[in-house]
Design a protein around this ligand. Structure first.
Ligand SMILES: NC(=O)CC[C@H](N)C(=O)O
Length: 241
């Protein structure tokens, strides 16, 4: 009889996260950049929680002008806030999101204070931190051809996915919006809580070699950080009047 590893309730992120904070240095040659027009401009300081982060997420953020510090999964929220980032990324990562309550607590302490972007595990942790529930899917979503509808734009994107858990859309409190839906089964593929400048997606906008349909999610995170940065400058200027 084949026995399968049952990872429900098991913390799998602590074994794959980095052990100490470090600045991301992008060593990708520019010829690999598929949309070089996005380089340059204002730099945004991003703290990226490493729950098993994929380098391509860091490469994509760097290509949009982000200066990134990668921190371990256990890095205290208070330390992150002291670093005064423009935004925080909660990364992808293996296993059951409900098995890492310490990470959910960290997310709870950060959200509302700086813009946040969650990818895959990060999306699930945001769902839990906002008061929702996650569940184990029967087979999960694995592959590079999952159709997702962006409910804000109406567009359908073909996405790369790799997850066994999902956020239960019906468990999300008022104000939290389901922004993306997996068209194969209607499951939650993205959410937003505009009141706290939070956005997240269940799949992989950084997919390499592709599809690249979802790369715009990085641009939207940049726009979110920019909006908050501009607003805080305006508020600071007004406080002198
Ligand atoms: N790629 C990921 O981040 C996986 C998400 C999650 N741990 C799951 O399997 O559902």
């Amino acid at each position: 009889m084949v026995s399968y590893f049952n990872f429900a309730g098991v913390d799998l992120i602590s074994g794959v996260s980095c052990k100490a904070p470090h600045d991301w240095v992008d060593k990708t040659n520019t010829e690999w950049e598929f949309n070089s027009s996005k380089r340059g401009g204002e730099a945004f300081r991003v703290i990226a929680y490493d729950f098993g982060i994929k380098h391509n997420i860091l490469k994509r953020l760097a290509s949009y002008g982000c200066k990134i510090t990668v921190v371990p999964s256990t890095w205290p929220a208070s330390e992150t806030l002291k670093m005064k980032p423009d935004g925080v990324l909660f990364s992808n990562g293996p296993g059951d999101p409900s098995a890492v309550p310490y990470a959910v607590e960290t997310v709870k302490e950060i959200i509302g204070k700086v813009p946040a972007f969650g990818i895959c595990m990060g999306h699930q942790l945001l769902g839990l931190a906002l008061g929702g529930k996650t569940f184990k899917m029967k087979f999960g979503h694995h592959g590079g051809n999952h159709p997702v509808r962006n409910l804000c734009s109406g567009h359908v994107e073909i996405s790369a996915q790799n997850h066994n858990y999902a956020v239960d859309s019906s468990s999300l409190p008022e104000g939290v919006e389901v922004t993306h839906v997996n068209l194969n089964d209607g499951s939650c593929a993205g959410l937003a809580y505009p009141a706290q400048n939070i956005m997240s997606i269940q799949y992989h906008p950084e997919a390499s070699p592709g599809p690249h349909d979802s790369d715009y999610a990085f641009r939207e995170f940049i726009q979110l950080m920019k909006k908050v940065k501009v607003n805080s400058r305006v508020m600071a200027a007004l406080s002198f009047i």
